[in-house]
Design a protein around this ligand. Structure first.
Ligand SMILES: [Fe+2]
Length: 356
């Protein structure tokens, strides 16, 4: 492999597009698309020009090859069939939304049972192992992942953010050092803690213990992760009430959240407080048996309901009986009645819901 650094690249790199006839292409790129000419030659009969515009530098030059495709972000867009422009040299210019956030697909509800023992994890971003808890993604509306970092230490993460409707992370094992935009110094995220990541908040995972494990739920399933190369974290500001698209950052600490009676079900609950922070978009709670070893859940007006066994074992009563062990997960379709039976004394399970 060429060690490019030896040659000390300098100046502005250009993307070269073949252009057999410079004059009409130049008229189009400059007159229609708003590029400006940086260099042009030869002076008497120009065949080659360098242009800059929209953050891009191009070189139009004679030669063979694909005429290329330019994605041009715009604040507003013409009708769908008018979003592709074609320059005289054949280059296609595709107009795209400048801040395409995300689209929310319709919910395709189904019962899902994901057993840890049968699961395979695939490699994900920044050295993490991802286990997809809902392969169907419920039509693309939700994604839930069991993420593990087998090896601890500094994490090869960078300052980034997500374009999402709702996103939460729950710590099952180990700890991580996290830092979020305008939320002060890096903090320890440990077992039983939950974080609400409001849309667009810049953040970074700095370090984890070995065997760090989280459950992450995001909506919609397909959303963009974007790097922010310009922001350093921590920002030096502490603004816990800062609004991010109608949501605020929240770190629910298990150690600071008492167990309370879960109605009269004989179970106890620890509500880590996401509902308020997310403006009602998502909530998370941990349940465990107290006086009883079985739990009946009435039909609730939620469009999303994920259970994840943090520890212990139980039997899920829904369309039959299904044995559940640690790290098993299930999704119950909206408006259904379900329950748990034969809960072991050490059962703890995470319940993540989103209202209909
Ligand atoms: Fe992230």
């Amino acid at each position: 492999m060429t060690d490019l650094a030896r040659y000390r690249p300098r100046g502005t790199a250009e993307i070269q597009l073949p252009c057999p006839d410079l004059a009409p292409a130049l008229d189009y790129f400059v007159g229609q698309l708003g590029f400006r000419i940086e260099t042009i030659f030869p002076a008497d009969d120009p065949t080659t020009a360098s242009l800059s515009g929209h953050g891009l530098r191009l070189r139009l030059a004679p030669g063979e090859g694909e005429p290329g495709l330019i994605r041009l972000p715009c604040e507003s867009l013409p009708a769908e069939d008018e979003r592709v422009l074609i320059a005289p040299n054949g280059t296609r210019i595709v107009l795209v939304a400048a801040d395409a956030s995300f689209s929310m697909p319709a919910l395709a509800p189904e019962f899902v049972l994901s057993r840890a023992a049968e699961a395979e994890s695939g490699p994900g971003r920044a050295g993490m192992r991802y286990r997809d808890l809902i392969p169907s993604r419920l039509g693309g509306r939700y994604i839930a992942s069991h993420i593990t970092l087998p090896e601890g230490g500094p994490v090869a993460d960078w300052v980034h953010f997500h374009k999402v409707h709702a996103q939460m992370i729950f710590c099952r094992r180990g700890w991580a050092l996290l830092v979020y935009e305008d939320q002060g110094e890096p903090f320890l995220f440990s077992v039983g803690d939950c974080v609400l990541q409001p849309p667009l908040i810049r953040h970074r995972v700095l370090e984890t213990s070995p065997g760090f494990e989280v459950v992450e739920v995001s909506s919609p399933a397909l959303h963009e992760t974007l790097a922010d190369h310009d922001m350093a974290l921590p920002t030096g500001r502490l603004d816990p009430a800062r609004d991010f698209g109608g949501q605020i950052f929240h770190h629910g600490r298990a150690a600071a959240t008492p167990w309370t009676a879960h109605g009269d079900t004989g179970f106890e609950v620890r509500d880590v407080g996401l509902s308020g922070a997310s403006g009602g978009r998502i909530s998370a709670e941990v349940l465990r048996p107290a006086a009883k070893d079985h739990l009946a859940i009435a039909a609730r007006n939620v469009e999303f309901l994920l259970g994840f066994v943090l520890s212990g074992a139980a039997s899920l009563a829904y369309q039959g009986h299904h044995g559940l062990a640690g790290a098993d997960a299930f999704v119950i379709p909206p408006g259904e009645v379900w329950g748990l039976e034969h809960a072991s004394k050490d059962l703890e399970f995470l319940l993540v819901t989103a209202p209909a």
